[in-house]
Design a protein around this ligand. Structure first.
Ligand SMILES: [Zn+2]
Length: 410
């Protein structure tokens, strides 16, 4: 396989998580009776451009057959984060009634609603039908297509060029990162700004966050790699900010290399220096992840078996991609975790892919009173602990598996 950015042959393994079904392939009571497709889940590192990426395999189109989309508005903390983002950029880039804001992967309008509230013209690009429909219900104009160089050029030619583009948690999820990034160069007005947020590779490695790896998440990005990819497609990164979201993310601001006039913040060079001091341009940096992930897995399995032998009931919270990666890598089944609670009505009554653990509404937690609740999205630990603190009423405790097994009081 060749590097998705630079075309170099990929020879160095970062981590091998075995095989797993697509993380969003939730099962229904009927599909439980059918065979389930598993795909290898391996991540490689390119020793030329240092882009960390999932390996390719046949039938990749099977990954994207699910029509159910994740609704960003389901998370309170993500909504608050988006509102603050809009407040910041409106001031920083002096956006007003003559500006145009375009969000790529606009989802259900969770972010553009705050742009619209300020009477700043905007539209979204969102190919997933049910989330796009939810955005339109909020009165947001949506282009229902996949974004790339061709669509960026077409929108610009139609007089819909952007003064600000927003792409949060999508850069890492596109298979053809070259075409995707080129689309922003085409869509931006001369002095326009392109904003991206993505989980930071440094935090993945530091925090042993191997559960952020899943098939639909193609790239694991450092600023070092992003800077090279952007330059090759006519964009220059001029600022970078560290964020606590998704276990540690970067927000980068870029402009067209040919027409952008903003001076580069010293934070850009400082972050690239920090990454290189950590070792992102050496193979040693990537060599220990497999062993660290296996240790986390062993401790988690040991804990669950011990809980079962003591007669303790264990449930989990958060039926999302993170949980699926951990549960499948660890080989957990419903005998060790009885059910997973999730707020999303579209998942309730269904089953986790691979592990086949039933997904239920929060009422089940109060009804069944499990002794232990594993918080799968550890990045939302405080939010979930506050939301479910009532499990302490029956002596329930919380458990976190990553970066190290931890049991704590409600
Ligand atoms: Zn490469």
């Amino acid at each position: 396989m060749k590097c998705r950015f630079c075309g170099t042959s990929l020879e160095h393994l970062f981590i091998d998580l075995g095989s797993a079904p697509p993380s969003n392939a939730y099962l229904d009571p009927e599909t439980l009776l059918a065979p389930e497709k598993h795909f290898p889940l391996q991540v490689m590192v390119c020793d030329s451009c240092w882009l960390v990426q999932t390996s390719d395999f046949t039938n990749a189109e099977d990954l994207f057959t699910e029509t159910y989309g994740y609704f960003s508005s389901m998370s309170d903390s993500w909504l608050a984060h988006s509102r603050r983002f809009v407040e910041t950029v409106v001031d920083q880039f002096a956006l007003g009634p003559n500006s145009m804001v375009v969000e790529v992967a606009a989802n259900d309008g969770y972010l553009l609603q705050y742009v619209k509230e300020r009477a700043i013209p905007c539209y979204g690009v969102e190919p997933t039908q049910n989330t796009a429909a939810a955005a339109r219900q909020k009165g947001i104009d949506i282009v229902g297509e996949f974004f790339g160089e061709a669509l960026g050029a077409k929108l610009k030619a139609d007089g819909r060029g952007a003064d600000l583009t927003v792409a949060n948690n999508v850069l890492a999820h596109v298979p053809d990162i070259n075409d995707f990034v080129a689309g922003f160069y085409k869509l931006l007005n001369d002095d326009g700004v392109a904003s991206f947020e993505f989980p930071h590779l440094l935090r993945l490695v530091d925090g042993i966050q191997f559960d952020t790896i899943y098939h639909e998440h193609f790239s694991y990005l450092s600023l070092t790699a992003v800077d090279a990819i952007f330059r090759a497609r006519g964009l220059t990164v001029f600022d970078v900010v560290e964020l606590p979201t998704h276990g540690g993310s970067l927000r980068v601001f870029a402009q067209r290399s040919d027409t952008g006039r903003r001076p580069a913040s010293e934070r850009v060079a400082a972050m690239i220096e920090r990454e290189q001091a950590a070792g992102v341009k050496s193979l040693d940096y990537y060599a220990s992840m497999q062993k660290l992930a296996e240790r986390v897995k062993d401790d988690f399995v040991e804990y669950l078996i011990s809980a079962k032998r003591k007669g303790l009931s264990v449930a989990a919270y958060g039926a999302a991609a993170k949980g699926n990666t951990l549960l499948n890598f660890a080989g957990i089944r419903p005998d060790l975790i009885g059910f997973v609670v999730d707020r999303s009505p579209g998942k309730q009554g269904r089953f986790m892919p691979g592990s086949r653990i039933p997904i239920v509404a929060e009422e089940e937690l109060r009804r069944k009173k499990p002794d232990r609740v594993v918080i799968l999205p550890w990045n939302l630990r405080n939010e979930i602990k506050a939301q479910l603190s009532y499990i302490g009423e029956w002596g329930g405790k919380f458990v976190i598996a990553i970066p190290a097994l931890e049991e704590f009081d409600a």
